[in-house]
Design a protein around this ligand. Structure first.
Ligand code: TTP
Ligand code: MG
Length: 353
């Protein structure tokens, strides 16, 4: 970094076992016991569990029956999203007392840019966590670093109820042994491809040239090259909120019949459901969308209002989009959902407190 470039101070705050912590605060007699939230509705998986339950091996996204096998005394509570949204809004109001540059990632997580403040970033992080504890009774952890990528990883380092700072000159060592699946943008599928290429840690990725990474991983190779060196210039973007979630696939050979398309669509729906059950259960679906790209690169999409992933609706949308091609073959199919905005009810409800 050149001397006239000021170093950024980014904090990533992540609440500890968020839904479970709120439920335990509401029912203090549960403190110290293994508690999980979820399981009763939907596909019967935990949204989260407290650290007592984690000692038994219980985890987010685990089927409830399996969690009960691991921990027979587990107390399993129903999900109360309205309550969690309210708490999330309170926490965001606390962030706003420190900086306007807040980028929420989910109900319990946000990036804060505090570069413009005079105090040490770690002191600010500590104060934010104190305020959260005093005003909500909940524990938060924080990561402090010169960029978003490192700050987010660092917030996991001293969980629960802790914080960890990585300074510019510590980034290299911090990343050396970091598993590739922690790299921003690397999901299960990319991680598998990295493993196939013999790349398990950021340190190993660093040993490959940018050219090689781009050859193997396309455009994402360039990100890999940079992120594995801890270079991440993404700004903290206060208006960013995920508006949609989708999966798409480009086929090696174009598909010529809609029946082939429907087979591929089924796989995309399964992936979409997997992704949704991971991190987006707090979001309300507004619309289902199917995208089709034809042999001549013309793109069309068909959508319909709905509040869940309904396979039948997706199939109808695919047929609708497909027919617009009037016999053209298909290069790509995508399936996704659009969400309702998150923040609105949160901020407005806060007036009640
Ligand atoms: P996380 O921050 O991933 O988890 P957590 O806050 O429960 O625990 P940690 O102390 O490790 O941060 O997610 C925040 C909330 O999002 C979590 O309380 C419940 C919800 N969630 C799901 O609904 N499904 C999931 O698979 C995950 C990971 C989280
Ligand atoms: Mg959390």
């Amino acid at each position: 970094m050149s001397e006239n470039e000021t170093q950024r101070k980014i904090i990533h705050v992540d609440m500890d076992c968020f839904y479970a912590a709120i439920e335990i605060r509401e029912q203090p007699e549960l403190a110290g016991k293994p508690v999980a939230v979820g399981g009763s509705s939907g596909r019967g998986v935990l949204t989260t569990c407290n650290y007592e339950a984690r000692e038994f091996g219980c985890r987010s996204a685990m089927p409830a029956f399996k969690a009960r096998d691991l921990c027979p005394d587990l107390i399993l509570l129903p999900v109360r999203f309205d309550l969690y949204r309210k708490e999330s809004a309170r926490i965001r109001m606390i962030f706003a007392q420190f900086t306007e540059l807040i980028e929420p990632l989910s109900l319990d997580e946000a990036y804060l840019d505090v570069s413009h403040l005079r105090s040490e970033a770690s002191t600010i992080a500590w104060e934010i966590r104190q305020r959260i504890r005093i005003e909500t009774g909940l524990a938060a952890s924080a990561g402090i670093a010169p960029n978003k990528f490192i700050a987010k990883i660092a917030s996991d380092w001293r969980k629960p109820d802790g914080q960890f700072e990585v300074r510019e000159d510590e980034i290299h060592d911090f990343l050396s042994d970091l598993p590739v699946n922690k790299i921003w943008g690397v999901g299960k599928r990319t991680a598998a491809r990295l493993h196939e290429a013999g790349l398990r840690t950021c340190g190993e990725v660093r040993q490959r040239s940018e050219v090689e990474l781009v050859q193997r991983f396309g455009k994402f190779g360039r990100s890999l090259y940079r992120l594995s060196r801890g270079i991440d210039e993404r700004p903290v973007n206060p208006n960013r909120e995920r508006k949609s979630l989708s999966n798409e696939r480009t086929f090696r050979e174009n598909l010529t019949t809609v029946d082939e398309g429907l087979v591929e669509l089924e796989k995309l729906i399964v992936e979409l459901q997997e992704d949704l059950s991971g991190r987006h259960e707090d979001r309300t679906i507004r619309e289902c969308v199917v995208k089709v790209k034809f042999e001549d690169f013309q793109i069309t999409s068909a959508q319909r209002g709905g509040d869940h992933v309904d396979a039948e609706v997706f199939r109808e949308l695919l047929v609708e989009a497909w027919e617009r091609g009037e016999g053209k073959s298909v290069r790509l199919i995508g399936a996704g959902v659009r969400f309702r905005p998150l923040a609105v009810d949160g901020v407005e409800q806060l007036e009640m407190f």
